[in-house]
Design a protein around this ligand. Sequence first.
Ligand code: ATR
Length: 274
Amino acid sequence: SPRYAVIGHPVSHSLSPLIHARFGKQAGIALEYGAIDAPRENFDAALAAFAAEGGVGANVTLPHKQRAAGICGHLTERARRAGVVNTLVRTATGWDGDNTDGVGLVRDLTSRHGQDLRGRKVLLLGAGGAAQGVAPALLDAGIADLFIVNRTDTRSDALADALGEPRRVHPRYFNDLGAIGSFDLIINATSIARTSRGELVLPGSLIAPRCDVVDLGYGEAAIPFLSWARASGADHVIDGLGMLVEQAAESFLVWHGVRPDGDAVYDELRARES
Ligand code: ATR
């Protein structure tokens, strides 16, 4: 069967192999989907080795999403706007790139969690690969305003510039968080809990009445931020498990031409957590 893989570092705990195996079964499509652990400096070599072994498609995760965009012959419109790639498609001469993170998040929020994103005032925390991946799709979903705050403000400025919608997109300083008002939707796209087991220190004043709060991480990594949100009075708190399933479903569609239903595997993964 054709070979697929997720490439990242660390990657051993990735749920993508399980998700794609379930989708393949559901669609009646035989496939192999593995995990390739490649530290930053080994990405190109690992991808070349995978191609030489017959790899035809790959998901790309931390810390390679930006590099992946750089090696592609062609990018889809949504990958070009994001500037980062999470889905690679083998071509005769190399790889083409796509990004399914943004539609994955929007689909999870709207379809699974019944949210209406239109007109919302949104705070995006972080400006790295994860934030870049989801920002264009949030704008496309009709949010009113996107405030971007990042520890390193040159990155939030760069992301805001790249989005090219100065009337809707507003970079702000981390130190100004106490004075920028409140939001309808707050999305944590930082890697702080994953990479340093740390926690953002945020003012409760960010939470407007009926504010929903999302962490793009899942499992342990989502606990500190979502606990803060709950304690600060957030309405719905949502982790990144559904987005993970939905970005995988969209990648599956890109590779196989069939969109799987994510609900069964989402329920299975949720049940495993408890
Ligand atoms: P990812 O693909 O997960 O976005 P990344 O591109 O390395 O990974 O980006 C990590 C994000 O988490 C960045 O927004 C980073 O902020 P900086 O640009 O200032 O590095 C943010 N981040 C990581 N550790 C953090 C911490 N301890 N405090 C605040 N933000 C942090």
